[in-house]
Design a protein around this ligand. Structure first.
Ligand code: URA
Length: 452
């Protein structure tokens, strides 16, 4: 449909939002269309995002923005799999690698998972960046490649592209480096424009709250979850929102290559895999099995998911998925068959240990501090052109509630070569991320609420 307001220039639209007025659906469409046709430049995008961030958006504006972004490219269709097409998306956290083992586990349960994921945003890591730490992994897939991976494997994890939601691809990259990520309107339109392209039967959203999440408080997270619910209902998507804790990192690993290693440990069901990660994956995957009527209770759903890790079927799907997305068979074999994956994932060999200053029980591990260190060392972006350094990261040696002795190491920092001059400051930050209690500490409760 053509825009009514052909007289409004892009600077006029920015000025309207800057002055606190509501943009009408045609104006939002004009701006979003301008991202693809060249009418809108990076400077316009930065200014508009900041105006939205400061002035906010009405319900009508959020819905129009989501639909305009969704319609900026093509949509996927899965009539042959009706009733079995699902996905999960998170608002972003530190150590949040849930999607990586979840997609193949769901495929192993017979569901179809066309997962359009994101890159790192701010200090939170991105599923796509993590997957690209496997040499050869392609995130930009053609329609044919997406159909092929869904038809043959059952799951694929890929990015927006020039054909699929180009608007989010553009806005997402600029939000990441203009301090305009944590805003309801921008998060809702970004997430739901991607998910509504996928032709889903059920969606689980993981809305995080805490020091390293975009929503710092439970109230903010609940408010975001309500918006996500409202807009996904309007788009006709069956959605369940989890509100989960994000003051402490998920699992033991933070970074890109290192989070692939930890995801593989769960899929291999190694003795020392993260139980924290396993619980979240089984809960959210179990919910999708319940929402699509593949099981009768959430307990059955959790158990069915867990079984895919125990019996190796999730690992097999992961192997097939990464080959279908460009990883050579030799590398894929080594990643899934070997207990030693570092020849491929190549974590930095410059390592520093954080030491506990006193004895006691681990009360909290500040994920904001750890996420910031990894981002600054090159694990995230400060400019949209920054290249990710996959080799940096943090490995926790302890978790909440564990006992620790004074002078015992509790974490390892894998740092990049040229960061040596910055180590003193990073190491101070690194050491200060740990809080120790003199009395025993209860294990972490991640899930605060489920809204379905
Ligand atoms: N994930 C997204 O895809 N978009 C956001 O804005 C935040 C998390």
């Amino acid at each position: 449909m053509e825009c009514k307001h052909t007289y409004a220039s892009i600077p006029d639209l920015i000025a309207k939002k800057r002055d606190g007025q509501e943009l009408d659906p045609d104006e939002i469409k004009q701006f979003i269309r301008g991202l693809s046709n060249g009418d809108v430049q990076d400077c316009h995008v930065g200014a508009m995002l900041m105006a939205i961030f400061i002035r906010g958006m009405s319900e009508n504006e959020i819905c129009s923005m989501t639909m305009s972004m969704r319609d900026s490219g093509e949509r996927l269709h899965w009539p042959q799999y009706r009733g079995s097409v699902v996905d999960k998306h998170s608002t972003g956290g530190i150590g949040d690698k849930i999607s990586i083992p979840l997609a193949p586990a769901l495929a192993a349960c017979g569901l179809k998972v066309p997962m359009m994921a994101g890159r790192g945003l701010g200090i939170t890591g991105g599923t796509l960046d993590k997957l690209e730490s496997m040499p050869g992994y392609q995130t930009q897939l053609s329609d044919e490649q997406i159909s092929n991976v869904i038809n043959t494997v059952g799951c694929g994890i890929f990015s927006q592209s020039l054909k699929l939601n180009p608007a989010d691809r553009y806005l997402y990259a600029i939000r990441d480096v203009t301090a305009t990520v944590p805003h309801n309107a921008l998060i809702v339109s970004s997430i739901l424009s991607k998910k509504s392209i996928e032709d889903l039967d059920a969606l689980v959203l993981d809305v995080k709250y805490g020091s390293s999440a975009f929503m710092k408080t439970i109230e903010q997270a609940e408010n975001l979850a309500q918006w996500l619910h409202k807009v996904s209902e309007m788009l006709g998507m069956r959605t369940c929102c989890y509100i989960t804790e994000m003051n402490n990192p998920i699992g033991f690993c933070i970074g890109n290559a290192i989070e692939i290693e930890e995801s593989l440990d769960l899929m291999k069901y190694k003795e020392n895999h993260s139980k924290d990660l396993e619980e979240l994956v089984c809960e959210q995957g179990g919910r999708l099995l319940l929402l699509t009527n593949k099981v009768e209770t959430i307990e059955q759903g959790r158990e069915m998911l867990r079984q895919t890790f125990r019996n190796g079927s999730a690992l097999k799907k992961f192997h097939e998925m990464i080959i279908a997305q460009g990883v050579s068979k030799t590398i894929a074999d080594q990643l899934v068959e070997s207990t030693e994956t570092n020849d491929i994932l190549k974590l930095s060999n410059i390592q520093h240990r954080a030491i506990a200053l006193e004895s006691g029980f681990i009360e909290s591990i500040d994920s904001f501090k750890l996420g910031t260190i990894v981002q600054r060392l090159g694990g995230g972006r400060l400019k949209s052109t920054d290249k990710i350094d996959f080799s940096v990261g943090i490995r926790l040696l302890k978790h909440i509630g564990d006992k620790v002795q004074a002078n015992e190491p509790w974490a390892i920092l894998y740092a990049k070569d040229d960061a040596s001059t910055r180590f003193p400051k990073f190491l101070e930050e690194f050491n200060s991320a740990l809080r120790i209690s003199s009395t025993p500490v209860q294990p972490l409760q991640r899930i605060y609420k489920v809204l379905s």
